[in-house]
Design a protein around this ligand. Structure first.
Ligand code: SAM
Length: 471
């Protein structure tokens, strides 16, 4: 009896220590309070009806909205998978944006108005294009089968409590098509209307290598300006996972995520960090993204090499060629963290740049994932970050939410730390100024040229300038 008691206490202590080590970061996460928001933003908040008294309820509202937008985003990924995957059917792929137009054309005028104005529209089988019905039926039939496919097994879990799956698939198809139709086809939406769509749409985990080209460019500038600079403690907000994107779903490959590897590679190649000092935390709200990066970290502990398939999201075509700078970036990508080798892309993506990368296990170990909503939570850190990177996450936030996110991030940044982001909104400039995070540099990089629509990315870096007197 005594022995059993001793064993139980031993297990509890070991378990508790393990929880502290493995989830130490998670435990340090706390929800924000009104007092965490600098006084300079209080009048703005008050204008939105947010006061010290109502702040807790406001925070809960954001959390509920985040969860709902995440749920919608996961359904969107499922629908994109259902329309494009070749894993469960030989039926032709359906391009989602074209499907949105086909669906709109099939609806009667009055139905179309209801679909575009409603939060929820439940179409009948007859209202859906026949090719969509066929694909959704094939998906549903394949869903219960035993599978090793990461995407399919995720969707099995995701839909396990859905009672009427055919109706849910039709409803979620209509919801997914609504966003696409409004963005791509409805009476030329203005930039402001598109921005508003993003601020309320489902959360996507889509990611492409291209986002890291601009990050690399700005890190190169920092290095040339301050050759002795060290950026060892890094936070990446929303690393994403290329799971079931809206176009060019590539399910010959398992889901890939690139940003933490691309950032580690840039920091090591530029000698802004070294392998023994580098620590990259990845914060995300999505459990699927977090689980991916936890597995990557685990592989590092098991000394297993990690193979990443690198494929440009944008094609290199005569009418819109990739820029030489981007090609040079792609050619060198990965050499700081592992071994690269040629990779033949799948036939339909033959004009995309591609290669494989075997990442050293020590690199995997430097990357840790934690669940954190940057709008409503922050970490209490013993050693704050030298660098925080946020690309393609801020467009999902309203102006006030952008202020909350930047405020939380600024608090997790060391005294002279940097924030890198690609948000061109004026609010980002105004808020960063108020947070003593003035702009250091901004650049526009060319990814692909082309007469009709050249593809650029914007990037900005801010540095914290703590004004001790004004604190
Ligand atoms: C569109 S992906 C961007 C991926 C990558 N950064 C890139 O540029 O390719 C957005 C990511 O941000 C995450 N995200 C969205 N809102 C967030 C929040 N409030 N806190 C933390 N992560 C968030 C999503 O789950 C997703 O992984």
């Amino acid at each position: 009896m005594k022995r059993l008691f001793r064993q139980t206490i031993f297990c509890l202590v070991i378990g508790w220590c393990f929880a502290l080590t493995a989830y130490g970061q998670t435990r340090a996460v706390r929800p924000i309070e009104f007092a965490d928001i600098p006084a300079t933003f209080h009048t703005w908040l008050k204008e939105q009806g947010i006061t010290a008294e109502s702040f807790a309820a406001y925070r809960q509202r954001i959390e509920a909205q985040t969860a709902e937008r995440e749920r919608r985003g996961e359904w969107e990924h499922l629908i994109y998978y259902g329309l494009q995957s070749s894993r469960f059917t030989k039926l032709p792929k359906i391009e989602p944006a074209l499907s949105a137009r086909g669906f709109a054309q099939k609806l009667k005028a009055e139905e179309r108005i209801r679909w575009l104005s409603a939060n929820e529209f439940s179409p009948t089988t007859q209202q859906l294009p026949p090719e969509v019905n066929a694909r959704l039926a094939a998906f549903q039939q394949a869903l219960p089968s035993k599978t090793k496919d990461e995407r399919m097994s995720y969707f099995q879990q995701f839909t396990r409590n859905v009672t009427d799956l055919p109706a849910a698939l039709r409803r979620e198809y209509a919801a997914t098509m609504q966003f696409l139709y409004q963005k791509e086809f409805q009476a030329k939406p203005t930039a402001a209307e598109i921005a508003a769509l993003y601020q309320s749409r489902g959360h996507s985990t889509d990611t492409q290598i291209e986002a890291n080209f601009a990050v690399h460019t700005i890190l190169t500038i920092l290095k040339s300006e301050r050759p002795a600079l060290k950026l060892n403690r890094v936070l990446i907000v929303g690393p994403g996972l290329d799971f079931a994107p809206r176009t060019d779903l590539l399910d010959e490959f398992e889901p890939q995520s690139y940003q933490p590897f691309a950032v580690a590679d840039a920091l090591l190649q530029l000698k802004l960090s070294d392998e023994t000092s580098l620590q990259i935390d990845c914060a995300d709200i999505n459990d699927r993204v977090i689980a991916h990066w936890q597995r990557v970290n685990q592989r590092g502990t098991q000394q297993k090499p990690h193979l990443v398939k690198l494929l440009s999201g944008v094609a290199d075509r005569a009418e819109a060629p990739l820029s030489e700078d981007f090609k040079t970036y792609f050619a060198a990508l990965g050499k700081g963290i592992g071994l690269t080798a040629p990779l033949k892309p799948p036939a339909q993506l033959a004009d995309h740049l591609s290669k494989s990368l075997a990442v050293r296990p020590t690199i995997n170990k430097t990357i840790r994932a934690l669940k954190l909503n940057v709008l409503t939570e922050r970490q209490a850190l013993a050693s704050p970050y030298d660098l925080i990177i946020v690309t393609n996450v801020f467009p999902y936030f309203s102006d006030v939410e952008l202020m909350l996110a930047l405020t939380n991030l600024a608090k997790q940044l060391g005294e002279t730390g940097y924030v890198v982001h690609n948000e061109p909104r004026a609010t980002a400039s105004a808020v960063t100024q108020a947070l003593h995070l003035p702009l250091q540099h901004s650049r526009t990089v060319l990814i692909a040229s082309g007469k009709s629509a050249p593809l650029y990315d914007f990037i900005a870096v801010h540095q914290k300038k703590t004004d001790k007197k004004s604190e």
